[in-house]
Design a protein around this ligand. Structure first.
Ligand code: PHE
Ligand code: ZN
Length: 880
């Protein structure tokens, strides 16, 4: 990409489309190298785009990329060449009548499509991915979400593709004269092109049904390659749970006669909500106890729900333009998070989500690609499927929920769906519905959609004994981000409680409530509480009520007290995290000064109490025990010294393991119950604590601890326990022995794609095993495939974003390796290349020698030649 071609699109330039497409009739003749696509469109001048006194009709713009144009006809007559013009990224046609039928024939080559956008092949099956702008790789079309059309799709394919699917309901099928199969699908709901989908393959399916609240029967089908048919049960159960939940919590019913899910191995993202025909990355839908870990089971449950929920928050009500992406994604992530919280443990789910936010979203918000939840501009929209749009967007919706309360929020969502059903709308429309349904004022709150950067809250307090008053003063400040220097104060809901000397919550007012949400709206504000009998300890930002960083001068003793007594489970965990970060920061300082590192005594004391507390949810105990990841610690640093982080973590982990070995062993033995595997919250909690204990025990290198792992591996009871044991052995057993286990594991599972992906990850992400040399070897392994994003993620991203130790090797070899791979991938799959490069883009935060080498690697990518628009945007912004 030359700089001049890297056009920036601005929200302020949005214009309604000149033409609408009332009906889209597609006909596919599938061939790997030459698929013929015929499209017939009913086109009509958009009344809302007509300028006063308009005399001539504007030209019609159709997006199109990598298409071979065969013919264009208007109202049945071939269009002469002078009436259209093929340009960069599409074509313009001269228009003579305000309504007409347009027929376009194009040819495409799915087999050559490695970008995995548009129509492509995955293990011999045809599938499509159209969000955000992939439909233009299928046919010429106004490929923008505010053009909503009713689609009819006919697929013709050789008989070796017996399953032919598209959106909506199947209305016809048969065979052509030459013996090929033909199926026609009709989707009665108008939709944008990004929700179009087609699948053709030799697939099997499992089927179930769901009866909606109003008594309609919906057929549910899950399609996979035959070898995976036994891995569909969990997704099917999850789907039915999600359908019921959306009826109960949001009053939303499913609308078509059939809901289909297809698993594909080659997929850029997790899954896609195409109307009636969701397409999933195999890793996000297929599971069995022998092959999938608890984490995978839970991820599948939440992604299946997420895509299903999009049927209302995304499909029935969609986005006007891609700047509004968080309208559907933020809202839908909030919905799926609440669903998972209801299905499992609420506190555990919250802690997991907040950890992701703090690790990855906070660093995005502090880096060169920082952008608001509703961005003002982009070069390539694919680069904006970010943690900010998804996770911070979900936090923004959650804050509305917190400010209004659940009933009012539901009134708002009812109004939103009722007002906007069948249309393409904006984040502003969502906020207005929330306001109008409740007479609420969210004017200042809107800044959350406009301002990038993570706000920092600084809290001080004061207790006055004479008047029994307690004052909390909260100051807010949001750091500057690229293009945004001034940041006026936000409206921030700060949920708090006050804890008395006996460890109990103090009543905050006459009503006796013990938690309250403070409305912070000013740069600095003081909140006063009266009738407080003695100086309390504040529990701040309960449940993580806002996506901010909060500073309060907690002492170690106060944190130990909160860990034990806070009635808010999230904050009990958060106190342990604060304590761990304090400890790890002083260890980093000791390492940098060259002084001897000292045992983190307070942390050991706190965790020992937690470990002995049988009343605590084991999952919570496991999460308290887990040290913050290197990435998370990096996020906390002003200047990152990767070497110091690695040394501090290692030292702390060993100290904890040695100091707590007795209670760790006791807990391990108590939880090692060998009951039949069920992926339910209570059992998952027990396994997570058991395996956390195992990891620590092995870190002591004590032979009998390693024996526990060896035994657990041999027992081969479920993948959660096997993967944990193997992981511990890879990290801590003698190298030769670890190699033996890895080899045996591969031999056992080589036929299973999902297991092999995790086998790759186990090695590439391992601090001791995953050297650059090993990673290069893995890339030569027969199971590695550079054109498969999951394989790239498990080997290359595993190394670059999970293996802090090896990636940040002092000689800079890890950085150069990543740059090399990014350049190779950019030619094959620009979306993946642009994601893969992200670890390098944070170079400014690193200390001098690391920073210079990361920057040089980035510069190398830039200099290597023509970049895709995707990669160009990320690299150029991070070098700026
Ligand atoms: N819209 C999908 C989701 O959030 C994500 C996606 C985006 C998938 C772009 C593919 C391509 O569920
Ligand atoms: Zn989504």
């Amino acid at each position: 990409m030359k700089e001049a071609q890297a056009r920036t699109v601005y929200l302020k330039d949005y214009r309604a489309p000149d033409y609408l497409i009332d009906h889209t009739d597609l006909h596919f003749d599938l061939e790997p190298q030459a698929t013929l696509v015929k499209s017939r469109l009913k086109v009509r001048r958009n009344p809302e785009a007509i300028n006063a006194g308009e005399k001539t009709l504007p030209p019609l713009w159709l997006d199109g990329v990598d298409l071979e144009l065969l013919s264009i006809a208007i109202d049945g007559k071939l269009l002469p060449a002078q009436r259209y013009h093929e340009g960069e990224g599409g074509l313009t046609l001269d228009v003579e009548t305000p309504e007409f039928e347009l027929e376009v024939h194009t040819r495409i080559a799915p087999e050559a499509n490695t970008s995995l956008e548009g129509l492509y092949l995955s293990n011999g099956m045809y599938c499509t991915q159209c969000e955000a702008e992939g439909f233009r790789k299928i046919t010429y079309y106004p490929d923008r979400p505010d053009v909503m059309s009713v689609f009819t799709t006919t697929i013709v394919a050789p008989s070796k593709y017996p399953v032919l699917l598209a959106n909506g309901n199947k209305v016809d099928s048969g065979t052509t004269e030459d013996g090929r199969l033909r199926v026609t699908w009709e989707d009665p709901f108008a939709k944008p092109s990004y929700l179009f989908a087609l699948v053709a393959g030799d697939l099997q399916y499992v089927e179930d049904s769901f009866t909606t609240a109003s008594g309609r029967e919906v057929k549910l089908q899950l399609f996979t390659e035959p070898k995976n048919i036994r891995k569909c049960d969990h997704a099917m159960i999850s789907l039915k749970h999600a359908m019921r939940w959306d009826e109960e919590v949001y009053g939303r019913e499913y609308d078509l006669d059939v809901f289909m899910i297809v698993a594909v191995d080659h997929f850029n993202m997790g899954a896609m909500e195409n109307k009636g025909l969701n397409i999933f990355n195999s890793a996000c839908v297929l599971a069995s106890p022998e092959t999938a870990t608890d984490g995978a089971f839970q991820r599948i449950e939440s992604i299946v729900a997420h895509e299903y929920f999009h049927n209302w928050s995304g499909n029935r009500v969609t986005c006007r333009d891609w700047f509004q992406l968080s309208l559907k994604e933020g809202f839908t992530v909030f919905r799926d998070a609440e669903f998972s919280a209801d299905m499992n443990s609420r506190a555990v789910k919250r802690i997991e989500d907040v950890s992701l936010l703090r690790t990855a979203q906070f660093s995005e918000d502090a880096g060169p690609m920082a952008h608001p939840v509703r961005p003002d501009s982009y070069m390539e929209i694919s680069n904006f499927y970010t943690l900010t749009i998804y996770e911070k967007g979900a936090e923004v919706v959650r804050m509305i929920h917190t400010l209004l309360g659940p009933e009012a929020f539901r009134r708002g969502s009812d109004l939103y769906f009722e007002r906007h059903d069948g249309s393409a709308v904006t984040c502003e429309d969502f906020i207005c519905a929330m306001e109008d349904a409740n007479n609420a004022d969210l004017r200042q709150f809107r800044r959350w959609y406009e301002q990038a950067g993570t706000p920092v809250l600084t809290v001080t307090d004061q207790y006055d004994e004479a008047s029994a008053t307690y004052r909390l003063t909260i100051a807010q400040r949001t750091p500057a981000t690229p293009g945004q220097t001034e940041k006026p104060p936000l409206h921030i809901p700060v949920s708090i409680g006050l804890i008395g000397a006996d460890g109990r919550d103090l009543p905050l007012d006459d009503s006796g409530k013990t938690s309250t949400v403070l409305n912070l709206t000013e740069a600095e504000q003081t909140f006063t509480f009266s009738n407080i009998p003695h100086a309390p300890l504040p529990s701040l930002l309960r449940g993580f009520s806002a996506p901010v960083k909060l500073h309060y001068g907690y002492s170690e003793d106060q944190l130990l007290f909160l860990m034990q007594h806070d009635s808010d489970a999230f904050n009990r965990w958060d106190a342990s995290r604060r304590l761990a970060i304090k400890a790890l920061e002083s260890l980093q300082a000791q390492y940098r000064d060259g002084s001897e590192m000292t045992e983190p005594a307070a942390l050991i004391k706190g965790l020992s109490a937690v470990l002995e507390n049988a009343a605590l949810d084991p999952a919570l105990v496991a999460m308290m025990l887990a040290l913050p990841s290197a990435q998370e610690l990096a996020e906390e640093c002003e200047v990152v010294d990767a070497g110091a982080i690695i040394a501090a973590r290692k030292f702390a982990r060993n100290s904890l393991a040695n100091a707590l070995s007795a209670p760790l062993l006791a807990r391990y033995q108590q939880l090692d119950q060998r009951k039949p595997y069920r992926p339910v919250a209570d059992d998952i909690a027990e396994r997570s604590l058991k395996n956390t204990c195992l990891g620590y025990l092995c870190a002591t290198l004590d032979p009998s601890s390693l024996d526990l792992a060896r035994l657990q591996l041999q027992r081969d009871e479920n993948m959660t326990d096997v993967a944990a044991a193997l992981g511990a052995l890879v990290e801590y057993a003698p190298r030769e022995e670890a190699e033996k286990y890895l080899g045996a594991f591969y031999d056992q599972w080589q036929q299973d794609t999902q297991v092999v992906e995790n086998w790759f990850l186990l090695q590439s992400g391992s601090a001791s095993f995953g050297t650059l040399e090993r990673v290069r070897e893995l890339m030569q392994h027969p199971a590695f495939e550079i054109t498969n994003p999951n394989k790239v993620r498990s080997v290359i991203s595993g190394f670059a974003s999970r293996n802090f130790t090896q990636f940040h090797r002092e000689d800079g070899s890890g950085y150069r390796f990543l740059a090399e791979q990014v350049s190779v991938l950019d030619k094959l799959n620009p979306q993946i290349a642009a994601r893969l490069v992200i670890p390098l883009t944070h170079w400014k935060k690193y200390c001098d020698h690391e920073s210079a080498r990361m920057r040089a690697a980035l510069q190398g990518i830039m200099d290597a030649g023509e970049l895709s628009r995707d990669l160009y945007e990320v690299v150029s912004k991070s070098l700026a």
